[in-house]
Structures are given as C-alpha cells and as structure tokens.
Design a protein around this ligand. Structure first.
Ligand SMILES: Nc1ncnc2c1ncn2[C@@H]1O[C@H](COP(=O)(O)OP(=O)(O)O)[C@@H](O)[C@H]1O
Ligand SMILES: [Mg+2]
Length: 311
C-alpha cells in the first residue's frame, strides 16, 4: 500500500441508510489498496460483498461514503475517458453496429479525429479481439462472446490509463471464455495495460493477474489479504496447471471462498491492519529451506545477492 502508486484507494466505505428505522447497512469499510502501472489485479469475493461498487467508485460512476481514490496523481471525481469499463452485461447500443459502437467511444475520446483515422483505429481494435469481418453486424446478430468482444474492443479503443472489468466473461461458455482470456492477456502484455478485474473464476484470476485481492463477506467486507501470483508471467492456459505452485495458489483461493471469507467477517484477526492487508505467496512459504551448500566462501568482490521483495 503506497500513495506513490499509479492508483490507490484509501479508507473506502459504502453505507446505505437502513429501511424504516433499521440500522445503516455498511457494505464494506476500511478498504485500502494500490495498483501499479501495468499491473493486472483481480478481486474475488462472494456475491454482495461490494466488488461492483468498488469498481464503480474506481470508474467514477459511484461515490464512496468515505475515503477516496487517486489515479495518476489525480483524485477520481467522476467518469473519465481515461478509464475504460467493461460491464457484466455487454452494454452495447443495440441500434449500432459493432464498428459504430466502438466508433462512438473513439469520437468521444478524440472529437477532432478524422473519419479515415477513426476507421483505421476501430479496425485495429476490432481486429485485436478477432472481430474482423463482423464489424457491420448489430449486437442482435452477434453471439454472446462476440458482443463481449465488442465491449472489450470499445474499452481498449479509447486507450485508457486504467481498464476496469466487471466479471466480463461470466456469461460465456468455457471455450469462448478461454479464447477471450488468451486475447486479453496478450493485449494487456503488449500494451502494458493497468487492469482491475472482478471475477468469480479462480483459474481465470490465476491465469491473468499479478495479484489477487480477497474480499471477506459482507456486511462490513474488507480486503482480507492479497495473494501474490508467483507463477511465471508467460503462463498460458495450457501450461498453468503444470506449474508446481498452481495448486497451492488455487487451493488457497478456494479455501478462502469456502470458509475463511466468512470466518474473517465474523472475527477480524487480532493482527489485521486494513491499511496493509497481509501479502501471501501460497506454495512459497511452505517450501522447505534448501540445505546450505557447503562451498568455500567467495571473495567479497565475487559475491552477489538476489533480493526478492514483493512489497
Ligand atoms: N441502493 C441500495 N440500498 C441498499 N443496499 C444496496 C443498494 N445498492 C446496493 N446495495 C447492496 O450493496 C451490496 C454490494 O453490491 P455489489 O457491489 O453489487 O456487490 P458484488 O458486486 O460484490 O456482488 C449488495 O449487498 C447490495 O444489496
Ligand atoms: Mg458484482
């Protein structure tokens, strides 16, 4: 947690007034986190803990009851074309073709752009998500996966500083989801895109993200801990399950969702500091220390050190 980060959220809370004399509902509180430039961050937690609300606060589409968000040294105070959002549903304009949906966003972002350049720009981003040839189809003529791709192309086309994704592939079949995940991973790596993504799919989180924030159950949900993804960056869907630490990370996430998310919300651990939720590296901590090699001590000039620091 650092306020020199590209994006940081400090002390976010969301409360709703209770209905007819009932106490206020605190959905989440004391939420602090930071995201570095080029980082891909996923958040997972049970339905209703406030993930979408947090994403909307980051987008400037909703306001928090307490706390604030700073992106690129400026406080988020409303929606901006510096942030691209992909919603749970595709949220396309049904009367416009795939290309026109993207074009609408591009024109809003760069009102002075010439038609020829707009056409090339739209073609580039529709091509990136594999929609070349379907540009002129209306949403009703596109499959669920294709509609979601248009939403992703639209969000990328404005070249946002921050991409916010709310369970973008939740409604897709496994094969389509896998293909789009691969494309998203490639585009993000190629453009050093900073991403905040909500997902309920632990394998998706492990494939895509650099770190995974675990949210406890509501009410009064918190960021319980942050799991650092220690798998090699070049992992793919094919290689993921062969990585030695994959199951340790996966089991850790599933265990959190199945039992610890509830226990955490019932009783906060005594040493819990919401400003610095614990950073965990499943599979790394439990590995036994390798035996110290019995080698002669080298001269000082020959010594070198590898420092691994996740903070
Ligand atoms: N206007 C409202 N009044 C009272 N509670 C609300 C209102 N809007 C949302 N909520 C509550 O806020 C909680 C968080 O919602 P949401 O951010 O959509 O959660 P998630 O995306 O994690 O499923 C839900 O429990 C929901 O019932
Ligand atoms: Mg949601």
């Amino acid at each position: 947690m650092s306020n020199t980060s590209f994006l940081f959220a400090e002390g976010l809370a969301k409360k709703f007034p209770g209905a007819r004399g009932k106490p206020n509902l605190t959905v989440f509180e004391d939420v602090h986190f930071s995201i570095e430039k080029g980082e891909f961050v996923c958040i997972i937690g049970h339905s209703g803990c406030g993930k979408t609300t947090i994403l909307n606060v980051l987008a400037g589409l909703d306001s928090a009851s307490a706390g604030h968000v700073v992106m690129d040294s400026r406080e988020v105070a409303g929606p901006s074309l510096e942030r691209g959002v992909v919603f749970q549903g595709h949220a396309l304009m049904p009367w416009l073709s795939a290309k026109k949906n993207v074009e609408f966003a591009v024109r809003s972002r760069w009102p002075e752009m010439k038609q020829k350049d707009i056409d090339a720009h739209c073609a580039k981003y529709l091509g990136l998500v594999g929609l070349t040839g379907s540009e002129h189809k209306k949403p009703s003529e596109l499959s669920g996966g294709m509609k979601q791709r248009v939403g992703i192309a639209r969000a990328f086309s404005i070249e946002p500083k921050m991409l916010l994704l709310d369970e973008p592939f939740g409604a897709l079949d496994a094969l389509t989801r896998g293909n789009i995940q691969d494309e998203l991973k490639k585009i993000c790596a190629a453009t050093n895109q900073t991403v905040f993504m909500i997902t309920h799919d632990v394998d998706e989180a492990i494939l895509l993200s650099d770190k995974i924030m675990l949210m406890s159950n509501g009410p009064k949900a918190r960021i319980a801990e942050i799991v650092v993804n220690t798998l090699p960056k070049e992992r793919t869907r094919e290689t993921l399950h062969k990585e030695p630490r994959f199951y340790a990370i996966r089991n850790h996430l599933v265990d959190f969702l199945v039992s610890r998310s509830r226990r955490f919300s019932e009783e906060l651990p005594a040493d819990y500091d919401p400003k610095n939720p614990p950073l965990v590296t499943p599979g790394l901590e439990t590995q036994p220390e390798p035996p110290a090699p019995k080698l002669p001590v080298p001269e000082a000039s020959e010594r070198s050190a590898v420092v691994v620091n996740f903070r």
